[in-house]
Design a protein around this ligand. Sequence first.
Ligand SMILES: Cc1cc2nc3c(=O)[nH]c(=O)nc-3n(C[C@H](O)[C@H](O)[C@H](O)COP(=O)(O)O)c2cc1C
Length: 134
Amino acid sequence: MKIKVRYYSRSGNTKALAEAIARGANVKAIAIDDDNAPINEKTDILFIGGALYAYGLDNKIKKYISELDANNIKKAIVFSTSWISKHSIDLLKKELSKKKIYVCEEYIYYKNKPNDNELKEAEKNVEKLLEKEI
Ligand SMILES: Cc1cc2nc3c(=O)[nH]c(=O)nc-3n(C[C@H](O)[C@H](O)[C@H](O)COP(=O)(O)O)c2cc1C
């Protein structure tokens, strides 16, 4: 199964979560502004995450999603961190749906910077989730 993890993070909180998800999936977490961020091959699950800023997503992640090739992505699972609101989860799902990319109901969310236990939990949950997928 081909898994990708992509994220946008200003201060590292969502990056820490992306890296935990990537450990669970045994892949690398790649920032959306990295040269390797574009997805040019068939992907079974794209984990894609970004935080909430002033009740919105950063334009960079909106642009990244708008440029995804939906034909390459079977389904997406969103993840996010924020101070208080999970609105970023809905916004990420909305941007992906606009591209007609199938988005799973389930999502991964933590408040601000996830602590070590939360990161471990995220990693384990991704492992479990992927076991179900096989
Ligand atoms: C400029 C700015 C605006 C923010 N606005 C919100 C907000 O509207 N609601 C919220 O719950 N958190 C808000 N936050 C908190 C961030 O979503 C949170 O700290 C997040 O974990 C940051 O992730 P990052 O380190 O990956 O960028 C804001 C943070 C910043 C810096």
